[in-house]
Structure formats: structure tokens, C-alpha cells
Design a protein around this ligand. Structure first.
Ligand code: ADE
Length: 248
């Protein structure tokens, strides 16, 4: 029996999803509120994890061990890194990398100790399902209608695209062009940066639970991020994320 776990790192990211759940009950464990309910006829547990790899890992482990989720979706915002990726775009993680793991010279850079891997790959079936669902939302203008065309144009967003590729996660908010350049020097294929996805991916890999990381680009991980990020979070992310999760 399917039980879907849905995580977001900020209250704004899960607010819209909360409104889609029916028959809800809530449980507090380890300072997190887990909301169980039904979404599109599927048992679902929704939780706001808080920021960062530790917070996300602890929450993912609780979803798996206490709520017996059989699959996990992490959704929230991210900073764009690749030049093809713009604010408002959607990124689905194919490979999740912890950009702040560096145990050299004992291990190679980005290697996760004892796993012998520098990244965790998402399940191909989950990735292609997310891609076809989001492509459909974009082709039929469902996403832009849900969020509101005026809201999008306020952000200078004229066209929405979905990408599949590398997501880099670590305990750092990228807020300068310099830091972004350093990251792309080492991980040139990175599409976006955030602070939780690769941690959740590692936990799911260790428990053999399929996961999907879906990120909306809120800022360009550069000097303008401290301004763009809070505005996007406040005005756009909740509707955006709810629209995608509802369709999955
Ligand atoms: N999430 C959204 N924007 C981000 C940024 N610039 N750095 C890290 N995580 C983010």
C-alpha cells in the first residue's frame, strides 16, 4: 500500500499542499508537525522539515520509520546555477550531490563516506513521471494560470521551462556571484543549488525508498538572491508547488 511522504523546507512551501489534504490528523515528533491525510485518494504524510541537511535527514528518517512512507517527494525552491535555468523554472533532480562533503585526501571530493558514491541518482521512473506531469502543466498553461500571469510578469517571468539534471545541496545559502562561480568550477553540470535534496536522497537510498526532488527556481544564487528569494517565497512558491503536487 502506497504511503507518500511530502517534505518542504519552509512553511510557505507546504502551505498550498496542506489545503489539498483531506481527513487530516497531525502528530508532533522531534519538533516537526507531520500531517497525515488523503491526497488524490492516496495516503499522504506532509511535513515542514526546516532548512538544511541535518533537519531534512532527521525528518526523512522519521517519515520512513514512523510513518512507513513507501515513496518520498521533496519540494521547494532553489537557486539557479546553470545558465539555461531561469527564475520560475522547475528542476527535477536526476543526480543529487552534497557539494559540501569534502573528505580529501582520505576520499575523493564529494564522495559520501562508506557509500563510495559522489552522488545519489533518483529513480528513473519517478523522474520521468514528474517530467511528463510538469510538461503537461506547462503545455496547457495550467501552472501559469494557477500562479497568476500578473504575478509571474512581476518577476519578469515570461516563459516557464522544466529541466532534469544535477542538483547540488549543502548547508549554505548562495548569495554571491563568487560563491556560485566556485561551485560551477567544481560541478559544472549543476542546474541549481538548495539545502536539503541530496540529504534526503542519501537517507532514501539507504532505506531503499524511491524519492523525487522537485525544485522551483526562486533566485539565481547570486548577489541578487537575498532580495529575490524572500519575495518569491512569499508570493509564488506555495501556489506553484501545490499545483504540481496535485497533478502528480
Ligand atoms: N534555495 C533557494 N535559493 C537558494 C540559494 N540561493 N542557495 C541555497 N539554497 C537556496
Amino acid at each position: 500500500n502506497r504511503v507518500v511522504g511530502i517534505m518542504g523546507a519552509m512553511p510557505e512551501e507546504i502551505e498550498g499542499i496542506k489545503a489539498l489534504l483531506t481527513d487530516t490528523t497531525s502528530t508532533i515528533i522531534g519538533k516537526r508537525r507531520y500531517i497525515s491525510g488523503m491526497l488524490n485518494g492516496v495516503k499522504t504524510v506532509l511535513v515542514f522539515s526546516r532548512w538544511g541537511k541535518v533537519a531534512a535527514s532527521a525528518t526523512a528518517a522519521t517519515l520512513i520509520n514512523v510513518f512507513n512512507v513507501t515513496e518520498l517527494i521533496f519540494t521547494g525552491v532553489a537557486g539557479a546555477v546553470h545558465t539555461n535555468v531561469a527564475i520560475g523554472d522547475i528542476v527535477i533532480g536526476k543526480r543529487l550531490i552534497q557539494h559540501d562533503i569534502d573528505a580529501r585526501p582520505i576520499m575523493q571530493r564529494f564522495e559520501i563516506p562508506l557509500l563510495g558514491k559522489t552522488y545519489i541518482e533518483a529513480n528513473a521512473g519517478n523522474v520521468s513521471l514528474a517530467l511528463s506531469t510538469i510538461t503537461n502543466l506547462l503545455e496547457n498553461n495550467i501552472l501559469s494560470q494557477n500562479v497568476g500571469k500578473e504575478v509571474l510578469s512581476d518577476f519578469g517571468i515570461t516563459r516557464l521551462s522544466v529541466h532534469v539534471g544535477d542538483i547540488a545541496s549543502g548547508d549554505k545559502f548562495f548569495a554571491t556571484n563568487d560563491d556560485k562561480e566556485k561551485l560551477t568550477d567544481n560541478l559544472p553540470e549543476t542546474l541549481c543549488v538548495e539545502m536539503e535534496g541530496a540529504a534526503v536522497a542519501q537517507v532514501c537510498y539507504e532505506y531503499d525508498i524511491p524519492f523525487t526532488v522537485i525544485r522551483i527556481i526562486s533566485d539565481a544564487a547570486d548577489d541578487a538572491s537575498p532580495i529575490d528569494f524572500p519575495v518569491f517565497i512569499k508570493n509564488v512558491s506555495s501556489k506553484y508547488i501545490a499545483c504540481i503536487v496535485k497533478a502528480l
